[in-house]
Design a protein around this ligand. Structure first.
Ligand code: UDP
Ligand code: MG
Length: 316
């Protein structure tokens, strides 16, 4: 049996159609399946639609978050709660073509434990977004050896991989990188990013910057090393200048102006501040992790509700 994990945030235009499309594909393929919708605290009536679907279709299950916890939380809630022998994570807007799932299943049967769908191209994106994404992926690649440029969250994972991911204790996660960090035998297939079926992208620029910073800092110490590197370069600079001014001082040709002095002060101060900022950022991460807060909070689960209803029936 395969579990399809579908994070949904304000996707009322998409949920019903997505469930139908994916259900049809898997039924045609003769695969047993469950559709696990995670409502990431939607503000529209996404949850009501999921609930209705779950009532009429036993293969649909919905989890409702108590508020918006972000797509990462939704994916991990799905991994924790799915019951399939393998699971596939897919967007609710059908930008990840579900027609590929049978092909991914076939690779799974051939022994691949992770089947990654990689983007053949990055689809339509604004120039700013493209630049931003490029820089982010370059930092990630050079510093942590995980090539993510064309990676997506569209992935099939074997039960073994799901269990390994569920055992990860950290709370600030980056699914795309973690799922390759855990290893296992992985295969790839390519797909073209389809345009969004309906609704608008749920990412704002602020959310993206936060996402990138989060992921860089939870995967690498590169920014800290950068600061150390700058510090060393600056030290060399300072030693050379120091020797020069000492020589001038003793030879009686010391400069009158303060140019060098304030340049050094400015540079040193900015260096220190950058350094403190980076360190502070990592400390705030440690703080976040150490609080041991849950990644998400589920307020309603359609499956438990069904069990409860059944028990109530028995009580009557
Ligand atoms: N999503 C989510 N929580 C969020 C933002 C997005 O669960 O806070 C879901 C969204 O419903 C969709 C998927 O993540 O199923 C991808 O989101 P979107 O299509 O907005 O991202 P894009 O395709 O533009 O990268
Ligand atoms: Mg999308």
């Amino acid at each position: 049996m395969i579990s399809v994990i579908i994070p949904a945030y304000n996707e009322r235009e998409n949920v019903e159609n997505t469930a139908k499309v994916i259900g049809n594909i898997l039924r045609d393929n003769g695969t047993e399946y469950e559709l696990l919708f995670i409502d990431d605290g939607s503000k529209d009536n996404t949850w009501e639609i999921i609930e209705k679907l779950a009532e009429s279709d036993p293969s649909v299950r919905g989890l409702k978050f108590s508020r918006n916890f972000g797509k990462e939380g939704a994916i991990f809630a799905g991994l924790k709660n799915c019951v399939g022998d393998c699971a596939v994570v897919i967007d609710c807007d059908l930008q990840h073509p579900p027609e590929l799932i049978p092909q991914m299943l076939k690779m799974h049967e051939q022994g691949y434990e992770v089947v990654e769908a990689v983007k053949a191209s990055r689809g339509k994106e604004s120039l700013l977004y493209k630049m931003f994404a490029k820089t982010f992926y370059r930092i990630m690649r050079t510093s942590s050896n995980v090539d993510l440029d064309r990676a997506s969250d569209f992935k099939l994972m074997d039960r073994k991989v799901i269990d390994a991911l569920n055992e990860m204790p950290e709370r600030i996660t980056f699914f795309r990188a973690l799922s390759s960090w855990v290893g296992f035998r992985s295969g790839r297939i390519e797909f073209e990013v389809a345009p969004r079926k309906a609704g608008t992208s749920k990412w704002s620029f602020r959310k993206l910057v936060k996402f990138a910073l989060n992921n860089i800092t939870s995967f690498t110490n590169f920014p800290m090393q950068l600061v150390t590197g700058m510090g060393i370069v600056f030290l060399v600079f300072a030693v050379v200048l120091g020797i020069q001014s000492l020589v001038r001082f003793f030879s009686g040709t010391a400069q009158e102006g303060f140019t060098t002095v304030y340049l050094i002060i400015l540079l040193a101060a900015s260096m220190i501040m950058i350094g403190l900022g980076v360190i502070g950022y990592y400390i705030s991460k440690i703080y976040e992790e150490i609080k041991f807060r849950p990644r998400y909070i589920i307020s309603v689960d359609t499956k438990n509700r069904k069990d409860k209803d059944r028990n109530n029936d028995r009580n009557v």
